[in-house]
Design a protein around this ligand. Sequence first.
Ligand code: FA5
Length: 348
Amino acid sequence: MKKDLEKLKQEFEELIHKVTDRDNLENLKTEFLGRKGKLKNLLQHVATLADEERKVVGKIANEVKEAIEVAYGNKEQEIVGSESSVHAQREWIDITEPGHFNEEGHLHPTSQAIAEISDIFGRIGFSAVRAPEIDWDYYVFESLNMPKDHPARDDWETFFMDIPEAKKGKLVLTPHTSNSQVRHMEEVKPPIRMININRTYRRQIDITHIPMFHQFEGLMIDKDISVTHLKGVLDYFAKAFFGPNRKTRLRPHHFRFTEPSFEVDISCEVCGGDDSGACRLCKGGWVELGGAGMVHPNVLKAGGLDPNVYSGFAFGWGVERTFMMREGIKIDDLRILYKNDLRFVKQF
Ligand code: FA5
């Protein structure tokens, strides 16, 4: 039996040598040390041996069992070690390698311009308001002293909603932001300093016109407001937005809702205001940005204000045109702003 035990130990040691994974290791251990294993099997007649011999065999059996357990333990360590090194190799990361960054978007140039315009006017106390983008004919035209036959009220210029007329007329996709004027006067009493920036719509499309564009409307009303204040505010804006060397010019014009009315020009960034006509961009030193004027007495009345007490000015400029005239922008076709071409948008 001693020999058999020795052989068993040797057999185990030979077999364990070839084992490379946990499952086979466990199976081998069960095969030798399990309840129905080889060692138990070998020792089943030990009780029939004489006392002396039983002690010796029992001692050897314990030594064999211990040796098998030690060999098992060592193998287990070995397998765990090799498993973790395989794992480490598979999962290896180079912490010095530069990471992958998600591309960060940014605001569209028009939105950037809107934020900047609001901020510039905010600094001189103009509070931002938001008049409806779809509004009644009354606020868009009628209350602004525009007669029924005014060309802007024609279907070819303005988008009218296809729904029945109500008390304040048809519903209109606002073709300008001036609908904010009487709306604001109805809500707030002077002194008024407001800026309304919104989307506007017209039936126009070419290199300087788009059907959906943005305007910013400024309105200031108080006692003794004059053209000088208008000029001061516009100059302040031009210098803040375009830079200290730019100037504005008021050119006589006609709007139904202002009297007197002006077109506002900005000195050309390319020639710096050269009036010789040599500049290819502006042909005279100035570029038109929008309209302005002193609020018409009829508009003040529509807003519930007495024109003998109050006066004010208003202006309405295109955001896209204003942005386009910024130093270094050099956009020669306004439509590119809304073509969703990332190569263009990413430049700003
Ligand atoms: C008006 O819309 C007046 N409401 C402006 C105003 C307000 C005058 C307050 C007096 C007092 P006008 O139609 O000129 O004016 O448009 C003003 C500006 O909007 C233009 O100078 C231009 O910058 C911009 N604009 C007009 N139509 C378009 C268009 N289709 N695409 C892009 N910008 C446009």
